[in-house]
Design a protein around this ligand. Sequence first.
Ligand SMILES: [Fe+2]
Length: 286
Amino acid sequence: MPPLVEAFFDQTTSTVTYVVHAGEGSACAVIDPVLDYDPKSGRTSTVSAQRVVDFVRQHGLRVEWLLETHAHADHLSAAPFLKQTLGGRTAIGENIRAVQRIFKGIFNLGVEVQPDGTQFDHLFAADETFAIGSLTARALHVPGHTAADLAYQIGDAVFVGDTLFMPDVGSARCDFPGGDARTLYHSVRKLLALPAHTRLFMCHDYPPEGRDLRFECTVAEQKRNSIHVGDGVSKREFIDMREKRDATLGLPELILPAVQVNICAGHLPDPEDNQIAYIKIPLDTI
Ligand SMILES: [Fe+2]
């Protein structure tokens, strides 16, 4: 039986969180959960993540995995809240260590943040297979947006993270530290080599004017219609397009708090001696 997929769209960051399961009372995985964060006040909240909790409880699901496709730059992860509330093991790609090394330096993080991935319960090697109850899953290494991106293949569904967007939006940017357009091209072609009917689930949707929100399509649709990387677009054309376009993009609003927290598996910094936790802002660096 193909896995069942429930999507939760976060309007503020355009992020889609997924719960993947095999029916009432089964095991499940949560992919890319969002912690609400207001950058003006510095307040976090779990309103969005609570929708996931409610769904899991309503359907008697058992959370086995809290999966991150990568260290996101646009939202903070709610994995620690979900782990505490529902259980499950946090996981990300093993190359997160390279991402941690880069950002530990940029944020000048202390000994409490080691770039060894131990903040997560599990680090996936490329193409590692794992179980979600009766479902078989595989962690596909798809770097390019960052050095550590994974896509999760679960039955006929693939959660592509930040590689492809919907065909009329294109592909993810490659200009963050450790990103590379040539590498993303190869990752995307790897995804598009999957069977034509494979269901692809995007991590984000930024619908063009006049189009309703949509975050699922097939490999065949991407190959036919992707404006960035469909069949007929050469590697050279993709790299030129991607690099030119990335040079025009502003940074995501939450990149500094998000990356700082997400390289630590979503754990917020420890409170200081006044019991208040702080996010660091590196000046004139990014
Ligand atoms: Fe991202």
